[in-house]
Write a protein that binds this ligand. Structure first.
Ligand SMILES: Nc1ncnc2c1ncn2[C@@H]1O[C@H](COP(=O)(O)OP(=O)(O)OP(=O)(O)O)[C@@H](O)[C@H]1O
Length: 629
């Protein structure tokens, strides 16, 4: 038997490992299974190229718990190690890696974000074990099996042993503070989390399977049962296959495999597959989102060679795609580094812009292949598209080809078609094309109707980020502006060079304005007299576009220089001075009656803006009933 001292300068490395990695002890299992997987795939490679003269067979990795012996074992049928290799890879290479890590990150160890993403390889076993044994036999002819034992001090022993089968067995003697890892449910949980799609089958216990009854069996015959290996993983998940092998149904099944608690099918999938200039595969899904921006569960999962790494993909996936679900698998993403490093990494940036491009291309093909279906799904995907348009310029640049602008009547326009349609009618006297929109077809019904009477189109833009989007569209498109239908009287929203006819003279107007202002005294409306069509509503409440938009932007984050202060609600009371009602008011002598009429008309205007609520509404209804008598 050989004993030796591991070549480290730190007196006792293991308490340090334990201390620094406390937040993520569980990753030891992923690390050891990854090593077992590597050892197996290496053997496959060596047999394929004729280097290893052994039968590859159907190797599996076995995970076993022995509660009495307090051990957890990970056993593979891979290449194994000779005594010299254990010396080299375990005592020197792996230790130096562990030591380097500790030296580097000792001081910043409090930043659990960094540590949590470090793969420490073999030595992470000491986070949960007080003693680790390696039993291993190399695939090489005539190699002797060896047993390596280390109890966490720099001393180890290495001796020959009588293991007869090829491969490596790592036996962890679980420490008293880590006995959770002797519980079957905990290990199953970890295997499901990290290794659900591992490349090599993983056996965890056995399960009972019922055999079908042979033909012609007696009615009361009991079917036979057998014990079979309980394989916990799917070694061939959808993203590793070629898109041509898969049907929609296969993608949907894979979606459910990924997110067993999702019962609704995804709307679309995007299969990612690139091998130059980096390696990346994956499948992204568009779930049904509606206007919901707060997706916290069932996020995109990041894998490295089919091993789960994290579902914290911020910085790798563009923000707007965090609303999607699915898998991204890449051996090229540097995983063992901090988040901020990741965001600055060139490869990661390329990956991010590749994914963005791919999603844009997919949208173009979806809308071109089946416009009707795309329109049907628009409501559920628009938030992703609109968010992408706001946050990713590359995506925005392509969006004219796939971003839809629906009207309140259910017509869906692409940008250029929309402009072509409305330009002749909705261009104002200064040559600006005004795009009218509503964000709630019911609440803004009367305003929408006024616009439609003029032959204008009204878009229905109702996602919470729309104010940001139209801000961007206005800034980048030439000669267009957006106005919500209730931002002013429709004649003012799209000003035309038409002569105005005024029924009242200036002094009458002045008098009327004063009387109205006095009657509505403490209510904060700016009275604005306008010469409108005599049939237009006498009183209308409007909310100026700019302030309302800033306020809306503030509500969803942003809002530029105004973001700091709260915005008051601002409304104008547009009085149609050409209406019969205005003429009647002026003629009325009784001041009390006049006040009642003005307030009744104001309430009606409020009602159509959905502003009449609570006591005001109750009083209004009472008053209206009184008037019926
Ligand atoms: N199950 C195994 N079978 C054969 N060799 C192994 C096994 N586990 C570890 N080794 C050897 O020990 C070396 C060190 O393992 P360790 O996990 O510390 O580092 P790594 O796998 O090279 O890198 P990483 O830090 O990414 O895990 C491996 O490179 C491999 O040569």
């Amino acid at each position: 038997m050989a004993t030796g001292s591991i070549n480290v300068s730190v007196e006792n490395i293991f308490p340090l490992i334990k201390k620094f990695l406390y937040s993520d002890h569980e990753i030891f299992l992923r690390e050891l299974i990854s090593n077992a997987t590597d050892a197996t795939t290496k053997l496959k490679h060596l047999t394929t190229i004729g280097e290893a003269k052994v039968e590859y067979g159907n190797p599996i990795i076995e995970v076993k718990i022995d509660k009495d012996a307090k051990t957890l074992t990970i056993k593979d049928q891979g290449i194994g190690m000779t005594g010299e290799e254990v010396e080299k890879y375990i005592n020197q290479v792996a230790f130096s890696g562990a030591e380097e890590f500790l030296e580097k990150y000792k001081d910043s160890a409090k930043d659990a974000g960094i540590i949590g993403h470090f793969g420490l390889g073999f030595y992470s076993a000491f986070m949960v074990a007080e003693k680790v044994e390696i039993l291993t036999k190399s695939y090489k002819e005539d190699s002797k099996a060896v047993r390596w034992v280390c109890d966490g001090s720099p001393e180890y022993t290495l001796e020959e042993t009588d293991k007869s089968d090829r491969g490596t067995e790592i036996i962890l003697h679980i420490a008293d503070d880590s006995t959770e890892f002797l519980e079957e449910f905990r290990i199953r949980e970890l295997l499901t989390k990290y290794n659900k799609f591992n490349q090599i089958p993983i056996k965890f216990g056995t399960k009972t399977e019922t055999l079908p009854l042979p033909e012609g069996a007696a009615e009361d015959a009991k079917p036979e049962t057998i014990e079979v290996d309980n394989i916990i993983n799917n070694t061939n998940p959808a993203w590793t296959k070629s898109p041509s092998e898969l049907k929609d149904e296969d993608y949907n099944n894979f979606y459910r495999e990924l997110y067993p608690m999702q019962f609704e099918d995804p709307l679309f999938h995007i299969h990612l597959n690139v091998d130059y200039p980096f390696n990346l595969t994956g499948v992204l899904f568009f779930p049904k989102l509606g206007n919901n921006l707060n997706i916290e569960k069932d996020k995109i999962q990041l894998y490295q060679n089919q091993v789960f790494v994290t579902d914290e993909v911020k910085g790798i996936v563009p923000d707007f795609l965090m609303l999607l679900r699915g898998v991204i698998d890449s051996p090229d993403i540097p995983l063992n580094v901090s988040r901020s490093y990741l965001q600055a990494d060139g490869a990661v940036k390329k990956i991010s812009s590749y994914i963005t491009k791919k999603v844009a291309d997919k949208m173009v093909s979806l809308i071109n292949d089946n416009r009707e279906d795309y329109e049907k799904k628009w409501n559920d995907i628009k938030i992703v598209i609109e968010y992408g348009m706001i946050s990713e310029d590359k995506f925005y640049e392509k969006s004219d080809k796939f971003a839809l602008y629906p009207t309140t009547d259910g017509t869906y326009y692409l940008w250029n078609d929309l402009i072509e349609k409305i330009k002749p009618t909705q261009t104002d006297k200064d040559g600006k094309t005004v795009i009218l929109y509503a964000n709630n077809a019911d609440e803004q019904h009367s305003y929408i109707e006024s616009a439609k009477e003029k032959g204008y189109e009204v878009l229905l833009l109702d996602s919470p980020i729309v104010p940001h989007l139209i801000q961007k569209l206005e800034a980048s498109k030439e000669n267009v502006s957006f106005a919500r239908v209730d931002a002013d009287h429709i004649n003012n929203l799209i000003k035309k060079d038409e002569p105005k006819i005024s029924k009242l003279n200036d002094s009458d107007k002045e008098t009327l304005k004063k009387q109205i202002e006095e009657s509505i005294n403490d209510q904060k409306f700016t009275v604005q007299l306008e010469d409108l069509d005599s049939t237009d509503a006498p009183f209308t409440l409007t909310q100026p576009e700019f302030f309302r938009r800033m306020k809306d932007m503030q509500a969803t984050g942003g809002g530029g220089m105004f973001a700091m202060g709260g915005f008051p609600e601002m409304y104008n009371l547009v009085v149609n001075s050409n209406s019969d009602f205005a003429g009647e008011l002026l003629k009325k002598d009784n001041a009390d009656e006049k006040r009642v009429l003005i307030n009744q008309a104001l309430d009606l205007a409020k009602l159509s803006q959905n502003l009449l609520k609570g006591k005001e509404l109750t009083d209004f209804i009472k008053r209206s009933f009184e008037n019926l008598k």
